[in-house]
Design a protein around this ligand. Structure first.
Ligand SMILES: [Zn+2]
Length: 158
């Protein structure tokens, strides 16, 4: 038997076992509309900022999300980039009394922040779902414990 005719069994391949790609922009757009990133039908939230454990329409498990504080940070950045330029422009051109400015900017900031929190959190959950982050990857293996030592053999070069 000639050993040169048989190729070795591939031990590693990126694309062979990879699950199908998910459309990131579609998932984020569905999240902005507070809909399930998978089907776009079921509501993603069961309360104001509480993500449902699973989609009521398609059953996609949504409890794997780890949005944490990212939506709040993003809302601060977005609202800050809207309110601060408006405040600077009005102050530069009209210089109204401080009380009037506070009466305008504080409610505007509050309302804009509350209005954006749900869509931004939905988009973050959609992003995590599309990239199969955290538990959204159905092929995720929990065989590596946090803090465990992984032995890596490195071939010595001559
Ligand atoms: Zn769904």
């Amino acid at each position: 038997m000639d050993d040169r005719t048989t190729l070795p069994e591939p031990t590693w391949a990126v694309e062979r076992d990879a699950p199908p790609r998910r459309n990131v922009w579609q998932a984020m757009a569905r999240g902005i509309r507070c809909r399930c990133p998978s089907c776009g039908q079921g509501r993603i939230f069961r309360a104001f900022l509480k993500v449902a454990d699973a989609c009521p329409a398609c059953g996609e498990v949504l409890s794997h999300h780890r949005a944490d504080d990212l939506p709040a940070y993003l809302v601060i950045v977005i609202v800050g980039h809207i309110v601060v330029p408006i405040a600077l422009w009005i102050e530069t051109n009209y210089a109204p009394p401080v009380a009037l400015q506070l009466a305008l900017y504080l409610p505007l900031t509050l309302v804009a922040s509350l209005a954006l929190l749900q869509p931004v959190k939905g988009a973050v959950v959609g992003l995590q779902w599309a990239f199969r982050m955290h538990g959204f990857d159905e092929n995720h293996q929990d065989d590596i414990e946090v803090g465990s030592v992984v032995n890596i053999k490195v071939a010595a070069r001559k």
